[in-house]
Design a protein around this ligand. Structure first.
Ligand code: 7TS
Length: 412
């Protein structure tokens, strides 16, 4: 596949050939995969790396003198370097390999237990996934700190004046996603980070939904912590990244104790390994880490500018087509939005629409999308969510639109 760097020459037909799963049928129809915000599909280039690992050099890392262990260690550490370069971290040891976004957030939230006290405040946004709410609520329970919420408007945009008003010298931490999984809103994180830093607060950015669309530059953003999952960007499940500024990672205590994260162990005292190993207890997802590196390579070869420009075309096209269906309401109409469309049709439960779409081979997610506060805001039980990736096509969107019309007819 060529590196186009320009969406006008974006060759989706050639890209689709990389994804074997796109050849399968579901209920006798060609699969149309529009559940990319839940997990992305895997290109052959990444599948080959997984097969190669288990076929040729499966071994534990950082401990063996034997050849297989050396090879696995080299490729695992090479993947860390690829991820470091991808996010533009200053040092490779600021890139911690985790089991995913949820793990990264819990690691940081746990670490802050020793750093917060009663009277401190932490700020979350109204647009978060449960993964970026619950660990902080648990932190507040442990420490007596108070959780404050940045509200949103009816378009699903955060109200920045209210954010300004919440920030004070009591604010110790702000955690916000770059992109909302339920509505697709892109939050102005650069501005939000700068404002938090003005009051001395640290910021964690949940990049789970932005990592498939936007290449982050953690140094330019000056972000303190950034978390993401490989499985949303063409990599495998069970592996992700936590970036932390060196000074913060040094300050936080280890999350889990065990092998690999130690320097010296006696029954009297244990001293910990340096970064990144301090936060990587136990045998990691070795194959997953190496495949994560391959996924980063794969997406960069296509180019994130090309990917987001093409996906934007898909978003505009689908929004336009779906809006023509009478009784269909789209939730999340922010000015800055990625390729996620959440919608409902008057009087019809989202689950019923999802079930009919599945019969037509179309995979969408229905429900609250692990973002119940957003559903509460709109006073709905859930939505149908179609989320597009760079390997989707306008023809697939036409089939979705026909499917939604059919579902409406059958269920009205
Ligand atoms: N944060 C956001 C913004 C997410 O969208 C998700 C997963 C997570 C955190 C958790 O990621 P994990 O890899 O640790 O599970 N979002 C979704 C979704 O929208 N549908 O399924 C999972």
């Amino acid at each position: 596949m060529k590196n186009t760097g320009d969406h006008t020459t974006f060759n989706v037909d050639s890209i689709r050939k990389d994804f074997p799963i796109l050849n399968r049928e579901v209920n006798g129809k060609p699969l149309i995969y529009f559940d990319n915000a839940a997990t992305s599909q895997t290109p052959q280039q990444v599948i080959d790396v997984i097969v190669d690992y288990y076929s040729n050099y499966n071994a534990n890392i950082h401990r063996g003198v034997h050849t297989l262990s050396q090879e696995a260690t080299d490729l695992y550490e090479d993947a860390r370097l690829k991820i470091q370069r991808h996010i533009n971290a200053k040092h490779s040891y600021e890139t911690i390999l985790t089991s995913g976004t949820t793990h990264g957030i819990n690691l940081v939230a746990n670490g802050f237990t020793t750093l917060l006290k009663k009277g401190d405040e932490v700020i979350v946004s109204a647009l978060e996934h449960h993964s970026n709410i619950v660990p902080w609520q648990m932190l507040c329970e442990r420490t007596g700190a108070t959780l404050k919420v940045i509200p949103m408007n009816a378009k699903g945009e955060l109200i920045l004046n209210d954010y300004d008003a919440l920030l004070s010298e009591n604010t110790k931490l702000v955690f916000v996603n770059h992109i909302s999984n339920a509505l697709g809103t892109i939050n102005p994180i650069a501005q939000m980070i700068e404002k938090a830093h003005q009051v001395g607060a640290a910021v964690l950015i949940d990049g789970a939904q932005s990592c498939p669309h936007i290449k982050p530059d953690v140094q330019a953003l000056d972000v303190d912590f950034y978390v993401a999952s490989a499985h949303k960007m063409c990599g495998p499940t069970g592996v992700g990244l936590l970036y932390g500024k060196e000074a913060w990672l040094e300050k936080l205590p280890p999350y889990q104790g065990g092998g690999e994260m130690i320097d010296q162990v006696t029954f009297e005292e244990t001293t910990y390994a340096g970064l990144p190993h301090k936060f990587e207890a136990g045998t990691p997802n070795i194959c997953g880490g190496i495949a994560f590196g391959a996924a980063v390579d794969y997406m960069n070869a296509i180019g994130f500018d090309a990917i987001s420009a093409y996906e934007h075309e898909l978003l505009d096209y689908a929004t336009e087509q779906l809006t023509h269906i009478e009784g269909l309401k789209i939730y999340g109409t922010a000015e800055e939005k990625t390729s996620v469309i959440s919608f409902n049709i008057d009087g019809i439960h989202p689950y019923d629409i999802g079930t009919i779409l599945d019969k037509l081979g179309i995979a969408v997610r229905t429900g609250h999308h692990c973002a119940q506060p957003i559903m509460d805001f709109f006073k709905i039980p859930g939505t149908v969510r179609a989320s597009f990736a760079f390997y989707n096509t306008k023809a697939e969107i036409d089939t979705l639109v026909e499917g939604v019309k059919k579902a409406k007819m059958m269920l009205s």
